[in-house]
Design a protein around this ligand. Structure first.
Ligand code: SF4
Length: 459
């Protein structure tokens, strides 16, 4: 097992039997089920809309080389600047260089899963950049020095009381504030940052080939506030977020907001960023940093590339029984849950092995996916490739080889149950099975043994 895998299983063992944590995850799941209840009623024919959305994303992948060039050409014509980053290191240094070149002193940042993926915040903080996160959920997580636990609801693993406690410690306020008061404290802390910001770093939902536009959706208004005062806007976006035409957002944006808590199933704000703004000095700048970081490797995979059509609605991990047991922090990638587990194959078979086991094949996620992605099948595909490549999972491989030999022959199979019931075997398997679960006891006699003895007695 890789070091990553070993740390991962250690963390899983700790969290999976933490009753407090399970209670929070259960509440989260129940809440999501209420939100998701009548989503399909918002469409006359949701299946038709899902296939439209899939065709849009697939068309983008088919003509990627052309569309990427079209996008860059359009951005330049609009007065923006495009930078291309091959990997996380390049992207981080690229942003750092832009901040230096623009002499940025006060930087505000908005939510971006990609920035978590490349570790942007810790990197810029290490470089002594004065930067502040403005998304409320992420802001709360940073008070704990934690990364967001969920791509859509970053601080869903914290209770109101826990947040009140940390706010009291960090901002000297009372430790029994209610949710509304906690929001007021957050706004007060951040308002100063918005007013003094010279640079904003944002993520993006999509970028559009035929116009050079950037599409950003949000609920809090922090993206708009961040960009309003900043003279320099840096948009960090993965190359997979490309869509062919501005018309496509009429299909994709409603679907990506399908599980919003509001009745109208829409985000509060949608921004189309077309060109740098113009202040009196006319020196506003718009940089778009396009990041690959293994996305092209993923797009080369005939089957798994289907996951790149994901529009980050959050449906799959909200219903995943594995995610709802272990939570998002245990996953060692920025997009926890089934999506991240599939995408991890682009980081190499060894790095993906421990995540490929995180699927119970319940297929619940697929019922909620607005892009009709066969999520469980793709995780299974990862497993097949990992086993074929002999990349880890060796323990499982040996165990199943042993079992396969045993089940080939009826008599051997009958003997196997004695072995499985023996204490040495139980001790052996305890390591992977965990100390909290009891191994099932195999019946003393198999069906064929019972059948034989009935027939023998009758004969
Ligand atoms: S895979 Fe599907 S359900 Fe999961 S986040 Fe992406 S679009 Fe939503």
């Amino acid at each position: 097992m890789t070091e990553k895998g070993a740390i991962f299983s250690q963390n899983v063992k700790q969290i999976a039997f933490d009753d407090e944590h399970l209670k929070k995850m259960r509440a989260r799941y129940d809440f999501f089920m209420c939100v998701a209840e009548d989503c399909a009623d918002h469409y006359a024919n949701i299946e038709l809309e899902k296939s439209r959305a899939f065709n849009i994303r697939n068309k983008a992948f088919k003509y990627y080389d052309k569309y990427l060039v079209d996008f860059e050409t359009n951005v330049i014509q609009n007065g923006g600047i495009v930078r291309w980053a091959r990997d996380a290191e390049e992207a981080k240094y690229m942003i750092y260089d832009i901040l230096n070149a623009e002499k940025s002193k006060n930087v505000v940042k908005t939510k971006s899963i990609l920035s978590e993926e490349i570790g942007l915040m810790p990197f810029l903080e290490m470089k002594k950049v004065n930067i502040k996160e403005t998304d409320t959920g992420d802001f709360i997580c940073y008070q704990y020095n934690e990364r967001p636990s969920d791509p859509n609801h970053s601080a869903a693993h914290k209770t109101k009381d826990e947040i009140a406690e940390i706010y009291s410690e960090k901002f000297g306020v009372s430790d029994n504030l209610n949710a509304k008061q906690l929001m007021t404290v957050t706004r007060k802390v951040l308002n100063d940052k918005y007013l003094n910001a010279d640079t904003a770093i944002t993520g993006a939902d999509f970028f559009v080939a035929d116009t050079g536009d950037i599409i950003i959706s949000e609920d809090e208004g922090n993206v708009l506030k961040s960009m309003a005062n900043a003279n320099v806007n840096i948009v960090l976006v993965g190359i997979d977020k490309l869509i062919p035409s501005i018309d496509d957002i009429s299909v994709l944006l409603p679907l990506s907001s399908l599980y919003e808590v509001t009745k109208i199933k829409a985000k509060s704000f949608y921004t189309i960023l077309s060109k740098p703004g113009h202040d009196n000095s006319g020196n506003q700048k718009l940089y778009i940093v396009l990041v690959d970081n293994n996305r092209s490797t993923m797009l080369e995979k005939e089957l798994q590339r289907r996951i790149m059509t994901c529009i980050e609605c959050g449906g799959c991990h909200n219903v995943c029984p594995i995610f709802n047991t272990i939570g998002g922090h245990v996953y060692d990638n920025a997009f926890p849950g089934p999506v991240g587990a599939i995408q991890s194959i682009a980081d190499g078979y060894e790095n993906a092995a421990h995540l490929a086991t995180l699927c119970a094949s319940c297929h619940q996620c697929e019922q909620y996916c607005p892009m009709n992605i066969k999520i469980s099948d793709l995780i299974l595909r990862n497993r097949i490739e990992i086993v074929k490549e002999n990349a880890l999972l060796l323990g499982e491989k040996r165990f199943f080889n042993f079992m396969m030999k045993r089940v080939e022959n009826r008599k051997d199979m009958d003997k196997t149950k004695d072995f499985l019931n023996r204490l040495e075997f139980k001790q052996l398997i305890k390591k992977t099975w965990g100390v909290h679960r009891e191994l099932p006891v195999f019946a003393e006699k198999s069906f064929s043994e019972i059948w034989r003895s009935i027939n023998d007695n009758e004969g």
